[in-house]
Write a protein that binds this ligand. Structure first.
Ligand SMILES: Cc1cc2nc3c(=O)[nH]c(=O)nc-3n(C[C@H](O)[C@H](O)[C@H](O)COP(=O)(O)O)c2cc1C
Length: 167
């Protein structure tokens, strides 16, 4: 049950400066975006990490044809500049790996990369996806998070194939 360990650290990262969502496209180009929304738990009898990505993100277009992603959580107070950059700049305009001098590591399977230097890493295989629909959300959620015409988030369910803590 190593995927359940360190849940507090995952939440601490998400509630703080965020975590990195790392996805590789079909050509082997890797993009990183900062996330603050994610859920880890058991679905379909499997350990699942669900990430919430707005359709307007470049990462969304990469995830649409990807088979894997990783969620990389920096240790408390670390990599704040990188999280801020990857959470405000788009992979459409920047090679964020290069701009932030991030180092990639090979994951457990081809097409899965994660970031060196993070305290907690979840390697995931995409198990399913679904789009949040405006008509299924509360008035409060719509007002707070989707006031404009921006489409609500897509949820990507990633089966956790490896969860590791790095000291
Ligand atoms: C702390 C923080 C948390 C964020 N969380 C999310 C999130 O969970 N989902 C999302 O779609 N965007 C989130 N964002 C916004 C994206 O990281 C941002 O729009 C980013 O530039 C998208 O990069 P991309 O276009 O390369 O995909 C967050 C930004 C910050 C700073």
């Amino acid at each position: 049950m190593e995927y359940c360990d360190n849940f507090d650290k995952l939440c601490e990262g998400l509630e703080g400066a965020g975590a990195f969502l790392v996805v590789e496209n079909k050509k082997g180009r890797v993009n990183v975006m900062t996330i603050g929304w994610a859920q880890a738990g058991i679905i379909w009898g499997e350990p699942i990490m669900t990430v919430f990505v707005r359709p307007s993100r470049y990462t969304h277009s990469v995830l649409e044809s990807a088979a894997h992603f990783s969620v990389c959580v920096p240790r408390r107070g670390e990599m704040k500049k990188e999280l801020a950059f990857c959470g405000t700049k788009s992979g459409r305009d920047y090679d964020k790996i290069r701009a932030c001098a991030l180092k990639l590591k090979e994951g457990a399977v081809k097409g899965l990369k994660y970031l060196d230097g993070c305290g907690l890493v979840y390697q995931c295989e995409i198990y399913g996806r679904t789009d949040l629909k405006r008509e299924t959300l509360s008035a409060e959620a719509l007002e707070k998070y989707y006031p404009g015409a921006d489409a609500p988030h897509t949820l990507y369910f990633g089966k956790i194939i490896k969860a590791e803590q790095f000291k």
